[in-house]
Design a protein around this ligand. Structure first.
Ligand code: PLP
Length: 441
């Protein structure tokens, strides 16, 4: 069984030298949780410049869906790089962008009658969705959720309600956005329990919001993550999205699914909204779509994506090399990886639930496929958030060669590549257990 191998103190001397230079010349706005310098990687295994080997359960923030440097993706990139690097799909035509648009249009939930706008990131996909919703509806108001993360450009940031540091000093942002509570059943904002709650969080929108402060016929769109990502890997209850979309439809409000983190097979289905039986009007994609090459896509129903030439575009969006990487990624997802995410996701969740039986601070284990969160609490009764334990655990796991990330205030996220094996999950679980016991005893 392959295990992490840490030979130096961390960071090792070469990594430390690079971090010194970084400190002098790279933007201090980045949020490095621990000093990992990635030199090369394959599958779930990363080597740093000092010869240390780490097991990666972050996949570069849920991006390297096919594992690091999957040969099928690397070959597609190399072949395309030899042929055509760039010609700007906004002014000219080329095969990879056309082929990927056709593929994505047929993949998203619905009747296949869709069109695709290409950008370079999640924020750009959301930004494009924001602009299209306004363009199409000619309405000025929008709804988004507390805990949501939609990106850091001014439009996407206006929809975001994740951490105050992301918004501080950037006001005024785009007006007309109302944030409402997400369906966070472990900490129900209405102190109710599913299913007796009758999905109060949706009822409140209709019975209170739309009757008091927000005229529904002035609302362009509801922006929602199918499973809230940065907010804590929060899975809403069945019926939440269907009921909310039903309410939206009554007033001609668009349902915009931000699948940037949850999409492209990660949850065991191509798009997380498929778990909830919802066909969104617009879908924002990025992260895992091209296995690490920069690419964003906004897919909308054809009768919604009717904006005129010149109304929105991007020089680099839909780059030929990124589009080829995405097509190769989708081939792998369809042939085996989505199924692997489903099966091994269940295995990971079962392993974590087993640990929960004996480890008191594991308050909640939740997720779909390989989008799995573990919420740490000081005690199960009060559910007091154990953010300090979570942060310490991540540091100590790193020292043992396991790469993890947090999300929300006190949740650990497990978002390994969809290639992850049961053996790799076993290694992760064993380091996780050992480290958690160390932190809490
Ligand atoms: C749901 C969601 N939307 C949008 C974004 C922004 O993506 P990017 O960082 O590529 O702009 C993220 C990034 O974490 C995300 O998780």
């Amino acid at each position: 069984m392959k295990l992490p191998n840490i030979k130096t103190s961390l960071p090792g001397p070469k990594a430390a030298g690079l971090i010194d230079i970084d400190r002098d010349h790279v933007s201090p706005s980045y949020t490095r949780g621990y000093p990992l310098v990635a030199e090369k990687a394959k599958g779930l295994w990363i080597n740093d410049p000092d010869g240390n080997t780490f097991l990666d359960f972050t996949s570069g923030i849920a991006v390297c869906a096919t594992g690091h440097c999957h040969p099928h993706v690397v070959n597609a990139i190399k072949k395309q790089a030899d042929k055509l690097l760039h010609m700007s799909g906004t002014d000219f035509y080329y095969t990879p962008q056309i082929a990927l648009a056709k593929k994505l249009a047929s993949l998203v939930p619905g009747d296949g009658n869709n069109k695709v706008y290409f950008g370079n990131s999640g924020a750009e996909s959301v930004e494009a969705a924001f602009k299209l919703a306004r363009w199409y509806t000619k309405r000025e108001l929008n709804i988004a959720f507390f805990g949501a993360f939609h990106g850091r450009t001014m439009g996407a940031l206006s929809l975001t309600a994740s951490k105050i540091i992301q918004k501080k000093h950037y006001n005024p942002l785009i007006p007309g956005i109302t944030h409402i509570p997400y369906a966070y059943c472990y900490r129900c904002p209405y102190n109710l329990s599913y299913p007796d709650c009758g999905i109060e969080c949706v009822r409140w929108v209709e019975d209170t919001l739309f009757r008091t402060t927000m005229p529904p016929e002035e609302v362009a769109a509801i922006f929602v993550e199918p499973i809230q990502g940065e907010g804590g890997y929060i899975v809403p209850p069945p019926g939440f999205h269907l009921e909310l979309q039903k309410a939206a439809k009554k007033y001609g409000i668009l349902y915009v699914a931000d699948e940037v983190q949850s999409g492209m097979g990660r949850t065991g289905k191509m798009f997380a909204m498929e778990h909830f039986g919802v066909v969104p009007d617009i879908i924002a994609l990025a992260k895992g779509i091209a296995s690490g090459m920069p690419l964003g896509a906004m897919v909308a129903k054809s009768d919604i994506m009717v904006w005129e030439a010149g109304s929105h575009a991007s020089t680099f969006g839909g780059n030929p090399v990124s589009c080829r990487a995405a097509l190769a990624t989708i081939e792998l997802l369809e042939s085996e990886l989505m199924e692997n995410a489903r099966i091994n996701g269940e295995y990971l969740i079962a392993g974590l639930r087993e640990l929960q039986k004996s480890i008191e601070c594991i308050g909640d284990v939740r997720g779909k496929g390989l989008m799995v969160g573990v919420e740490l609490v000081k005690d199960r009764e009060s559910k007091e958030r154990a953010g300090d334990w979570r942060n310490e655990l991540i540091q100590k796991a790193f020292a043992k060669g396991l790469l993890l990330l947090g999300c929300g205030e006190n949740t650990i996220r497990f978002c390994p590549a969809l290639t992850v094996s049961k053996e790799e999950i076993d290694v992760c679980l064993s380091i996780f257990e050992e480290t958690l016991l160390d932190v809490t005893h």
